[in-house]
Design a protein around this ligand. Structure first.
Ligand code: FAD
Length: 372
């Protein structure tokens, strides 16, 4: 007899299981259909001893002290600041586009002029969305915005989403900034780092409690009628839970190609984006993330692709109004269950969450809906 059945052993399921087990002293069964815990953050050592992320590179960053302190109970951190370069007209420029990027792309006099204009108009240390910059009264700044839109943003978006920027919610296009700064870090969050022994080890520690039992390789539907429990938490796809009664929710998927090369380092930074050339969007070199010192190096190359139910993995919810409306239909079905099933997590909420947001969402659900 369990107090709770939790479907999914990703960050959301693990956080809720840990809170319920340690704070309420109740018994939890976590059911996971994959052959491992960790959800999409799962990592493992490959045959060359390099720690790789099976479902794409995961970099931890947050502004939430609460989330950072919470996770720090289960891991030590390796300080790590992610850096990304994008190949534009044969040169590698820092992204998000910043003042250093100007000097890589343009002749020094012109870069200086653009820098001066940006600082004069907006001040130093500010992030300006390129859509905003495109409306500037200053012709040179409009040129810059259009240049970035065309060379960095437009074709990357086409590849990543299979859609033109104007076919996506303006929340996506509106966010891409020019950072008026020399800070080349990809994220500016207050807390940044990689779990010292990896994400799987971190989540393993969260789940290591006598009140928590984990069942792998099992779809919850196989056991839901066999096991006794009081309440259920579901972190899987909400459309699947309701047998796609309102149609599948659209996602973008990815194919990951791993390759190990006999060289110590392959690229200057963790990730290099290829907005314009090739079918893939980016290459990540894992050792930058893990800090390992080995004579070989493993890369992961990402090829975006359409998502098909049961054929590949649902990764990114496609941010379009009509998809949100479909999700709301499922949300209404969930409300009819009157709290007997609690839906949480990126697949159940049909929302892109970073790991810290998934943990914050789970902590909030625990506080407000489980132990008010
Ligand atoms: C390519 C990619 C890169 C990312 N990079 C970053 C990053 O750099 N930084 C960052 O902060 N975040 C990143 N994220 C986001 C991060 O992966 C999510 O925030 C996190 O995985 C959310 O955890 P979750 O538990 O909600 O969902 P998941 O990790 O998806 O876990 C849900 C689990 O439920 C299981 N499940 C589903 N249905 C069933 C069922 N019927 N029965 C049993 N089990 C079931 C699934 O197998 C899965 O393991 C990235 C995501 C992707 C796709």
């Amino acid at each position: 007899m369990f107090d709770w059945l939790i479907v999914g052993a990703g960050f959301t399921g693990a956080t809720l299981a840990e809170r319920i087990a340690t704070q309420l002293g109740q018994k939890v069964l976590v059911v996971e259909r994959r052959n491992h815990i960790g959800g999409n953050a799962y990592d493992y050592y490959n045959e060359h001893g390099i720690l790789v992320h099976k479902y794409g590179p995961h970099i931890f960053h947050t502004n939430s002290k609460k989330v950072w302190d919470y996770l720090s109970q289960f891991t030590e951190w390796r300080p790590y600041y992610h850096r990304v370069l994008a190949v534009v007209e044969g040169k590698k420029v820092p992204v998000p586009f910043n003042l250093n990027s100007l000097y890589v792309l343009f002749p020094p006099r012109y870069a200086e002029k653009l820098e001066k204009l940006l600082v004069e108009h907006y001040g130093f240390g500010v992030k300006i969305p390129i859509l905003h910059l495109r409306e500037s009264a200053e012709g040179e700044l409009r040129f810059l915005a259009n240049y970035i839109y065309k060379h960095v943003f437009y074709s990357y978006t086409l590849k990543q989403w299979g859609l033109k920027p104007e076919e996506l919610d303006s929340s996506v296009t509106g966010r891409v900034p020019v950072y008026i700064s020399r800070d080349d870090r990809y994220f500016q969050d207050r807390y940044q780092g990689m779990p010292k022994r990896g994400y799987s080890a971190l989540i393993q520690r969260m789940l290591s409690h006598p009140n928590i039992k984990v069942l792998l390789n099992t779809d919850y539907r196989e056991i839901v009628n066999e096991v006794r429990f009081n309440r259920m938490i579901y972190t899987g796809p909400i459309d699947e839970f309701f047998d796609y009664m309102h149609g599948p929710l659209p996602y973008r998927s990815l194919r990951f190609e791993f390759m190990t090369l006999e060289e110590e380092w392959h690229q200057e930074v963790g990730t290099v984006n290829y907005p314009n050339e090739y079918d893939f969007t980016r290459i990540t070199e894992q050792k930058h993330l893990t800090g390992q010192r080995l004579s070989l190096t493993t890369l992961v190359v990402e090829y975006p692709q359409a998502y098909q139910v049961d054929k590949n993995e649902p990764y990114y919810p496609i941010p379009r109004e009509e998809n949100r409306e479909r999700y709301v239909l499922y949300e209404k079905e969930a409300a009819k269950l009157e709290g007997s099933v609690l839906f949480a997590g990126r697949l159940a909420d049909y929302k892109y969450y970073n790991m810290d947001q998934a943990v914050a969402r789970a902590l909030k659900a625990f506080k407000e809906e489980i132990a008010p």
